[in-house]
Design a protein around this ligand. Structure first.
Ligand SMILES: [Ca+2]
Length: 114
């Protein structure tokens, strides 16, 4: 599984249908990590109560993230799957960084006396 998202996009994915446990009455808990062991980026969160993965992206989120989801039953048996989230740059509007000099602003210059 892989998903491409744009910066500033909001995305959620319910994990409830991703894994199944054939043992009657077993329920699953989920853990999300990055495959390389790095901490999860701030934009990626897991709501354990609803088993939903949320991506709330901003302009600093661009990159490729390999994510592992681990499903564990009450007996501690687990399985996992990995997928890639690719966050692509989006075009941004230009922004003003320096206010142009106002030509109507009065100014004074003191000339040196002869
Ligand atoms: Ca089980």
């Amino acid at each position: 599984m892989s998903k491409k998202l744009l910066e500033n996009e909001v995305y959620s994915y319910a994990l409830g249908n991703t894994f199944n446990d054939v043992d009657a009455g077993d329920s699953l808990t989920y853990t999300v990590t990055l495959v390389n062991g790095d901490p999860l980026p701030g934009f990626l969160t897991l709501d354990v109560g609803t088993a939903t993965l949320y991506c709330s992206l901003d302009y600093a989120s661009a990159g490729v993230y390999d994510v592992r989801i681990i499903a564990t039953d009450q007996s501690g048996a687990s399985t996992d799957d990995t997928f890639t989230i690719t966050v692509m740059n989006t075009n941004r509007a230009p922004e003003l960084v320096v206010t142009p000099m106002n030509p109507c602003t009065p100014w004074t210059r003191i000339l040196p006396l002869p």
